[in-house]
Design a binder for this molecule. Structure first.
Ligand code: NAI
Ligand code: 15L
Length: 273
C-alpha cells in the first residue's frame, strides 16, 4: 500500500482539533489517536483509542505508519507521578513502538517550558532571538518532562536512526489568549506549515527548534525552524490592539514577560493547573 499514514497522538485535544483540517492531503491518511476514539471522521481520517501508558496499544497504533506527530500527553503542570507516567513513560512507549514498527520519523510536541527559565537578557547580541536548542531550563515538572522527551528523542535517534524533530511550541491556540502570547503565539496555520516542513525535509536527523509564528514581538529565534524549511506567514501583532486594551501594555521587565516560561516559572510545582 502506498498511502502515506500519519499517526497523530493527542488528536482530541486543542492542537489536534486545530490541525486536523489543516493536515488533510490527497494520498495521506491521518490516524487520530487519543484516550478514546475521535468523532466526526472526515475523508482521509481514521481513529484509534490508545492510551500512551499502554505499550501494546502504542505498538498497534504505530502499525503501517510513515510518521508520527506526537501531541498526546498532559499539557500543563500536574502531579509528578502523572507527568512521569503519561509524558515520559508514554513517550518512551511511543518511541519504542515506532522503532519496532519501522516508522522512520517522529515529531515531538515539546514546549517553551522545557526552557522556561531563560530570559530576554540571554538573547545573543546580533541574533534573531534566543536559540531553539539551548540546554533545558525547565520551569515545572511539566517542562522537565518535555526536556526529558527531547533527550529521549536524541537517544532513539543516535541508537536507532529514528529521525526526531522536537518542537518547542510557544502558545498554539486559535488566537493569542493574553499579552504574553503576542510574543509566543504559534498560529495554527503556521503549526501546520512547520509540521509539513518537518515531515518533508529529506534529512531532519535530530533537532530541537522553536515553534512560533513570525510575531513582531517575538524574542525566540526562527532560524532553527527555518533551516527545516519552515516559512511562517502569521504575526500575532494583528491582535495587539485588542489584547492590550484587555491586558494593558506588557511590562517587559515583569517576570511574566521577561522569562520564557512566563507564569509557569512561579506556579507551584506539582499542583495541577
Ligand atoms: P491538550 O491538553 O488540549 O491535548 C492533549 C491530548 O492528549 C488530550 O486530547 C488528551 O486526551 C490526550 N492525552 C492525555 N493523556 C493521554 C494518555 N494517557 N494517552 C493518550 N492520550 C492522552 O493539549 P494541546 O494544547 O493540544 O497540546 C498538544 C501538545 O503540545 C501537548 O503535548 C502539549 O504539552 C504541547 N504544547 C502545547 C502548547 C500549546 O500552546 N497548545 C504549547 C507547548 C506545548
Ligand atoms: C504549554 O506548554 C501549554 O501546553 C499551553 O497550554 C500554554 O500554556 C503554552 O505552553 C504557553 O506557554 O503559552
Amino acid at each position: 500500500e502506498d498511502t502515506y499514514r500519519l499517526l497523530m497522538t493527542g488528536a482530541a485535544g486543542n492542537m489536534g482539533q486545530l490541525l486536523r483540517p489543516l493536515l488533510r492531503r490527497e494520498g495521506r491518511i491521518v490516524r487520530l489517536a487519543d484516550l478514546t476514539e475521535v468523532g466526526d471522521l472526515q475523508p482521509g481520517e481514521e481513529t484509534i483509542a490508545a492510551d500512551l501508558t499502554d505499550a501494546d496499544a502504542m505498538a498497534k497504533a504505530c502499525q503501517g505508519v510513515d510518521a508520527v506527530l506526537h501531541l498526546g500527553g498532559i499539557s500543563v503542570e500536574a502531579a509528578f507521578d502523572d507527568i512521569l507516567s503519561v509524558n515520559v513513560v508514554g513517550t518512551q512507549n511511543l518511541l519504542q513502538a515506532a522503532v519496532e514498527a519501522g516508522v522512520p520519523r517522529v515529531l515531538l510536541a515539546s514546549s517553551n517550558h522545557a526552557a522556561g527559565f531563560y530570559r530576554r537578557g540571554d538573547v545573543p547580541a546580533g541574533s534573531d532571538g534566543l536559540p531553539g536548542d539551548l540546554p533545558a531550563r525547565p520551569d515545572t515538572y511539566y517542562g522537565w518532562s518535555k526536556a526529558a522527551i527531547e533527550s529521549m528523542g536524541a537517544l532513539y535517534h543516535h541508537r536507532y536512526g529514528l529521525d526526531v524533530t522536537a518542537l518547542r511550541i510557544g502558545s498554539c491556540f486559535a488566537e493569542p489568549s493574553d499579552a504574553r502570547a503576542l510574543a509566543t503565539w504559534l498560529a495554527p496555520a503556521d503549526a501546520a506549515r512547520l509540521v509539513e516542513a518537518a515531515l518533508s525535509h529529506p534529512e531532519p536527523g535530530f533537532r530541537v527548534v522553536w515553534a512560533i509564528s513570525d510575531n513582531t514581538r517575538r524574542w525566540w529565534s526562527l532560524s532553527g525552524a527555518r533551516t527545516l524549511g519552515y516559512e511562517p506567514a502569521e504575526d500575532a501583532e494583528r491582535f495587539a490592539q485588542s489584547r492590550i486594551a484587555a491586558d494593558g501594555e506588557p511590562d517587559l521587565a515583569d517576570p511574566l514577560h521577561d522569562l520564557v516560561g512566563g507564569g509557569f516559572c512561579q506556579a507551584p510545582l506539582g499542583e495541577p493547573m
